[in-house]
Design a protein around this ligand. Structure first.
Ligand SMILES: Cc1cc2nc3c(=O)[nH]c(=O)nc-3n(C[C@H](O)[C@H](O)[C@H](O)COP(=O)(O)OP(=O)(O)OC[C@H]3O[C@@H](n4cnc5c(N)ncnc54)[C@H](O)[C@@H]3O)c2cc1C
Length: 394
């Protein structure tokens, strides 16, 4: 494992991080050929898709081992993409491995694993509260051996240029809330699918892999064989997908924290407020550094322990721990980024470091995959239930 981490660290330092500044100021399409060259090199060095089983060309790492790798890759905004373990493809791969038919695996999973196509996941809708996952308006109506999909989605990350999306759609409106929806693969070139726009996020519209789309589905017809799992299993599959997905985000955030911490320390040690008076001599800066170190180390232990618990007991049994790390590590991430930007002064607001990019794009950490409040409510409700509180379940 140490050898693997050393190889990845060297590759990131020598080949990936030098490309970062250009990535931060260029459209994704302009960077794609150079990123593709890096991806080819990652494959040649046998570092490709560390999370995927060897049969799919990956390294077959356990969740705990992948946590260490993912935290390293998170130190640069392009790390996961270059190693083909980026969200949302990583979650879609896991879903297809666990629930895909042989046909779905051959058509969608294998090209994803080889890095030939990209994918996305369409659950959230502008008209419905995404924090209530059983309340959606998109429908998939059965017409013989096909579904007709109608609906409106947004914040479908990385849809621009993706080959397919997995759509969460109501297939049985009269069923109990948790059995109403199904997950259906919709190729994005199917007639009736409209890519309305890439949404501007904190002033950055992005493009290609690095974007979030608004999509419309109007009388979109796909084979029933495109459904993943049973009809009505959409919510259960979404939970299954989001559990490990939240851990993956936390692992990546730890990497961002480490890089931001290093940048903050280097700047504090070398920036002088007056000749011979480093910024780091200020007590406020020293406190930010000490607090950040403690928060990152504690977050890392919590994430690794959660990964271990998921491996031993499954993500359902570990759901409280997953909720805890989701909101806790998101908070650590934003505090560390904010301190690092403050220490950099005006430089922190520029794209000459990755700090501003992360600040723009990771504010969403407290919102996506369940807002903080939803996770806190869920954990606290179960704790209080164990203490005798009785309340109505939604
Ligand atoms: C960068 C980014 C990427 C995303 N990528 C995807 C993607 O690829 N696919 C996809 O389908 N979706 C994606 N999303 C959407 C995301 O999952 C939703 O934004 C999220 O589920 C919240 O839904 P909402 O935005 O509708 O907020 P709402 O449900 O309207 O909630 C608004 C706010 O209300 C508060 N709130 C909600 N519920 C409660 C509660 N029970 N108690 C107290 N307060 C509460 C929270 O503060 C919350 O932020 C992405 C979002 C972002 C920001």
């Amino acid at each position: 494992m140490n050898e693997l981490l050393t190889s990845i660290r060297a590759f990131l330092d020598e080949r990936v991080i030098p490309l970062e500044r250009e990535f931060l100021s260029s459209p994704f399409a302009a960077m794609e050929p150079r990123l593709a060259a890096l991806r080819a090199e990652v494959r040649k060095r046998n570092l490709w898709a560390p999370h995927l089983p060897a049969a799919l060309g990956g390294r077959g790492l356990s969740l705990t081992d992948f946590a260490h790798v993912s935290a390293l890759l998170g130190e640069t905004p392009i790390g996961h993409y270059v190693f083909n373990c980026q969200a949302p493809d990583i979650g879609n791969c896991e879903l297809l491995i666990a629930h895909g038919t042989d046909e779905q695996k051959g058509r969608w999973l294998e090209p994803l694993a080889r890095g030939e196509i990209r994918s996305c996941f369409s659950m959230t809708e502008p008209e419905f509260a995404g924090s209530n996952p059983v309340w959606i308006g998109t429908t998939a109506t059965r017409e013989g051996d096909r579904y007709r999909v109608d609906g409106h989605k947004w914040f479908t990350s990385s849809a621009d240029g993706a080959a397919f999306t997995i759509v969460m759609a109501v297939t049985a409106a009269g069923a109990p809330p948790h059995e109403r929806a199904s997950q259906i693969i919709v190729p994005l070139d199917t007639p009736g699918v409209t890519h309305v726009r890439n949404i501007s996020v904190m002033g950055d519209t992005g493009s290609g892999y690095a974007s979030h789309a608004e999509l419309r589905f109007e009388s979109v017809r796909v084979p029933v064989a495109n459904r993943i799992g049973d009809e009505g299993a959409g919510f259960t599959l979404a939970q299954e997908r989001l559990g490990p997905g939240r851990i993956h985000h936390c692992m990546r955030w730890l990497g961002i924290c480490e890089r931001a911490f290093r940048l903050m320390c280097t700047r504090a040690a070398t920036r002088e407020l007056a000749p011979g008076e480093p910024l780091g001599a200020q007590q406020s800066v020293q406190h930010w550094i000490a607090e950040s170190r403690a928060e990152i180390d504690a977050a890392r232990l919590l994430v690794l322990d959660t990964a271990r618990q998921v491996e031993e007991q499954g993500s359902h049994a570990a759901r409280d721990r997953i909720s805890l790390i989701k909101f806790h590590v998101a908070g650590v991430l934003l505090r560390v980024l904010d301190r690092a930007i403050q220490v950099h002064g005006a430089l922190g607001m520029t794209d000459d470091t990755p700090l501003a990019y992360w600040y723009r794009h990771e504010r969403g950490a407290r919102i996506y995959d369940g807002p903080d409040e939803v996770h806190k409510n869920a954990v606290a409700r179960r704790i209080l239930k164990a203490h005798g509180m009785r309340s109505r379940e939604r």
